[in-house]
Design a protein around this ligand. Structure first.
Ligand SMILES: NC(=O)c1ccc[n+]([C@@H]2O[C@H](COP(=O)([O-])OP(=O)(O)OC[C@H]3O[C@@H](n4cnc5c(N)ncnc54)[C@H](OP(=O)(O)O)[C@@H]3O)[C@@H](O)[C@H]2O)c1
Length: 240
């Protein structure tokens, strides 16, 4: 199950999973974009099944239906990759309160909704892997990204707690902490002042979504007794 599978990192993770022969459920709001990603999967790997599920992860009922439909069509969810997320460059003094709220709704509550929908099944089956695409902003706060950084500190804390509470259950919990990746994420920001101050490209070669997907696959490929808890993956010339 991959959320945020309609573009960027989520689409790359879905392709990587499908290449490995996994059945993949693709979730995000834009059904047309999901179908395009699915068409790419089917061309790559005939054996792996896939399912497109238009879902707003901020709506807990939609997330529960997503899991129910996935289990019905593809079987139990062994792997959840929480990729769906938003990021708004904005200065706190500019009071873009709708963007703050959206950040919390999608990045924090959305991740909770998805984890809540798969966790009981994983525990009862004695296996499962929850991977959340956090950020290097989950380790260090960036100016212009206060609310976003806070949301990524939230998913880091949530994942740490979940990891500690699921010891002995067979469930693994991983966060991936990418630096700048070439995706559409930056295009959401409308606070011109924040973008000018902090959102300009630094000139370094940034990551491709496939580089982040490779980190996800590294965490997933480990033997049962090995847990990759956190992966910080950044452009070489943009260390935190
Ligand atoms: N790009 C970077 O530099 C970077 C760095 C570190 C971490 N990340 C993290 O990587 C993740 C993926 O971002 P990306 O860079 O791949 O950007 P992206 O291409 O804009 O992808 C964001 C995804 O989230 C989905 N999404 C947003 N709101 C949603 C909602 N309410 N319900 C369901 N899906 C929703 C979008 O799909 P729909 O619009 O179709 O719903 C889209 O598939 C995010 O969590 C982001 O914070 C990105």
């Amino acid at each position: 199950m991959v959320t945020g599978a309609s573009s960027g990192i989520g689409a790359a993770v879905a392709r990587a999973l499908s290449r490995e022969g996994a059945h993949v459920a693709l979730a995000a709001r834009r059904s047309e974009a999901l179908r395009e990603v699915q068409a790419g999967l089917d061309q790559q790997c005939g054996a792996a099944k896939s399912l497109v599920m238009p879902t707003d992860i901020t709506d807990r009922r939609q997330v529960k239906s997503l899991i129910a439909r996935t289990e019905q069509d593809l079987g139990p969810v062994d792997i959840l990759v929480n990729c769906a997320g938003v990021m708004f460059y904005t200065l706190m003094k500019n009071l873009q309160e709708d963007d703050w709220e959206r950040t919390v709704d999608v990045n924090c509550k959305g991740a909770l909704n998805c984890i809540g929908a798969v966790l009981p099944g994983m525990i009862s089956r004695g296996r499962g892997h929850i991977v959340t695409i956090s950020s290097d902003a989950g380790r260090k706060v960036f100016p212009g990204l206060s609310a976003y950084s806070a949301s990524k500190f939230f998913v880091e804390a949530l994942s740490q707690g979940l990891r500690l509470e699921t010891v002995g259950t067979g469930v693994k919990v991983t966060t991936i902490q990418p630096g700048n990746v070439a995706t559409d994420l930056l295009s959401l920001s409308k606070d011109v002042e924040a973008l000018e101050m902090y959102g300009q490209p630094g000139g370094a070669r940034v990551l491709d979504p496939e580089d982040v997907a490779a980190s996800v696959m590294h965490a997933l490929r480990q033997p049962e007794y090995v847990a990759v808890n956190e992966v910080l993956v950044e452009p070489r010339d943009e260390p935190v």
